[in-house]
Structures are given as C-alpha cells and as structure tokens.
Design a protein around this ligand. Sequence first.
Ligand code: NAI
Length: 248
Amino acid sequence: MGVLENKIALVTGGAQGIGRAISLALAAEGANIAFSDIVLGVAAEETKELVRAKGVRVLALQSDVSQFGSAQKVVDDVVAEFQRIDILVNNAGITRDNLLMRMTEEEWDMVLDTNLKGTFNFCRAAGKQMISQRGGNIINIASVVGVIGNAGQVNYAASKAGVIGITKTLAKELASRNIQVNAIAPGFVETGMTKKLNDKQREALLAAVPMKRTAEPEEIAAVAVFLASPSARYITGQVLCVDGGLVI
Ligand code: NAI
C-alpha cells in the first residue's frame, strides 16, 4: 500500500516534464490524479495513460493558470469528480529570458502572470476547498533562480522569488487550518524547458553545480512525494533546494 493511498492530487502543468513526473510519482503511491495544462494534446494523453497504468483514477483538464476564473473552474471540476483535493502542486511555469535592457513588457507580464499569479490563483481556489475540508497540502514549484538570481532571467527570478513569498505567507496563514505549504526549488532539470539552452549555456550552468550533472524530473518528483506524505507532517513554509548543491 502506498503512502498516499486514496488521496486526491491536483497538479498544474502536468502534461509533460516535472509535472508529469510528479503526477506519476504521486500515482505510484496510490493518489488519484487530476492534472491541468494549457494544452491537452498528445503529451497530456500519454500522461493520462501512464497515470492510469499505476492503477489510480485520472482526470485531465484544460486550463491556463494565469486566468483567475479558470483556476476556480478546475477546482470545481476536480471536486465534482473526486469530492476533495488533498494535495495541490503548483507546477505550471514558463521562461521568456532576456537581459533587462532587452526585456519587453510582454515577456515580463507573461512570466509573472503564469508563474506567480498562476500559483496565487490555484492556492486561492484550492485553498478554499482545503479549508472547508479541514486539511490539505500545497507544494509550489519555485526555482533556485528565485533564491540566488540569474542574469537574463529578471522576470523568471522575480516570479519564483514571489512563489517563495507566497509559500511562506500561506504556511503562516493556513497552518491553523491544518494545511501545509512548502516549495521545491529545483536546479537544472532535463525537460522541454531546458532543451532550449545551447551548449555554452549548458556548460556554464553545470560548472556551478558541485554534483556536475543535471537532475532528472523523477528526482524532483520524489521530493514532492515526501512533502505530500505523512513523513513530512511537521514541515511547513520550507523551500527545499533540489539542485546538486548549486546554491551552496
Ligand atoms: P515544461 O515546459 O517541460 O513543462 C511545463 C508544463 O506547464 C507544460 O506542460 C506546459 O504546457 C504547462 N504550462 C505552461 N504554461 C501554462 C499555463 N499558462 N497554464 C497551464 N499550464 C501551462 O517545464 P518543466 O521544466 O517541467 O517545468 C515545470 C516547473 O518547474 C516550472 O514551474 C518551472 O519553472 C520549474 N523549474 C524547472 C526547472 C528546469 O530546469 N527544468 C528548474 C527550476 C524550476
């Protein structure tokens, strides 16, 4: 029997990458999975099949996390299907990198709207449900860039530092409601997001990682399972850097 048997988890941006790995890892521990994504295409179908193969129920929903009303609709649909939400993973995120002097207003707004406002939108909608059911567990996917900054990513770093602010604030606000709120700050993970990097950027990034390698999405997912599990029941408001030592 898994440590999350019969729990209901909602993962945003779950069609691929880290969100898919988290959905699969939670499912492997017995959680039923609802995931949302801005696009429900081939990747989302694959994720659905892979989750179903773990022997749990799965629901895929189309939603743009940056839309306040869309988050409420997703939460309503998940509750209609599963009656509750035990675990929320705010994973959907994007990059639009540029140096400050070249960054457009649109690049700034898109990243902040998706990464920061998206996390607020889902905490707000799912948090209400968790308060009414007297418990829950929220895991926000931040980034080491939100902790230490990164040249060329002023929008992304600000959004992820903001996610850490949301995490610490809601941990304080919601602890009395039996809701834990933690963040994972991954380093450099092999996904579609990092495939865009050229060899030079990749080399420079790896030079700063004491473990001298990138992470697989499963290595982030394992930490999400831990934070969602009873083993982590006294942990709230924390930011766990899963980064091969990058921030040391
Ligand atoms: P990815 O690009 O492989 O997957 C992101 C998923 O989010 C995609 O399925 C995409 O369709 C979805 N998405 C994008 N915008 C959305 C929106 N507005 N509404 C709903 N879904 C949306 O990226 P990856 O690497 O799996 O990233 C997942 C999270 O991990 C992000 O928050 C990212 O910032 C974070 N992260 C990733 C790192 C990496 O090295 N890959 C490092 C640190 C953090």
